[in-house]
Write a protein that binds this ligand. Sequence first.
Ligand SMILES: Nc1ncnc2c1ncn2[C@@H]1O[C@H](COP(=O)(O)OP(=O)(O)OP(=O)(O)O)[C@@H](O)[C@H]1O
Ligand SMILES: [Mg+2]
Length: 251
Amino acid sequence: MTGHTRVHGKHGDFAIEAKGLVKRFKSGKSFVEVLKNVDFDARHGDLTMVMGPSGSGKSTLIAALSGLLRPEEGRVDTLDVDDLWKLSGSRIDKFRLDHCGFIFQGFNLFPALSAIQQVEVVLKFQGLSKADARRQAQITLEEVGLGHRLHQKPSALSGGEKQRVAIARALAKNPQILFADEPTSALDGENGQVVIRLLRRAATEHGAAVICVTHDPRLEAWADRVIHIEDGVIIDDQRRIPNPDATLASH
Ligand SMILES: Nc1ncnc2c1ncn2[C@@H]1O[C@H](COP(=O)(O)OP(=O)(O)OP(=O)(O)O)[C@@H](O)[C@H]1O
Ligand SMILES: [Mg+2]
């Protein structure tokens, strides 16, 4: 098996180490606490699964960890950064651009762009030349099995193909941290399996810390670690041995 050879940041094996996260939302005259003093960490090379009922705070947690939504309390140490939330807004955006990939349930593709353009845009934004961006975009789309769909727009792609474009877009820059929020829930079993295997590979072969929110307990088979959150509190955290060859067969 090809192990990853990432040079880790100052926090060692931890790609993210968050402590005491509290997030509140205003609801009428009072506040609802959606993250209640959450400690969370994720390691390079691990596929960490975050599971929990609807409304338990999973997406809020991802947003607080990735610099998208400022928590009221707590800190997030990540890669070479001591407390992400102490950086300026533009430094946080730069951190996300340089080191994080995102995959969402709804794909979030640009309707007017072809598959290869969706991936190129991100790479050009990172500073790659047009030619390098094109080359890297093509290689990554081939890796996710879309070499024959480079020039299709989202409207001409199936759900599974769209999600693979979104994954290629997230993986093309070889991010140290990959956030996936319900990446398979809009897909059938076969396409879901393609997606979870790609996430598994990003962890194993590229050493990414993959943090995957899901409702689907069948995805646990691929995980190194399964964390359960309920009502803003982590109630369970188990390490397990992943099975990269597991199947998500729909019967
Ligand atoms: N911007 C917001 N303003 C107010 N309340 C919010 C906001 N975002 C989320 N919430 C509330 O916070 C709670 C947690 O939301 P969150 O989206 O993190 O849940 P989730 O676990 O991701 O759920 P799901 O599985 O349905 O995606 C919910 O009760 C939600 O209504
Ligand atoms: Mg959510």
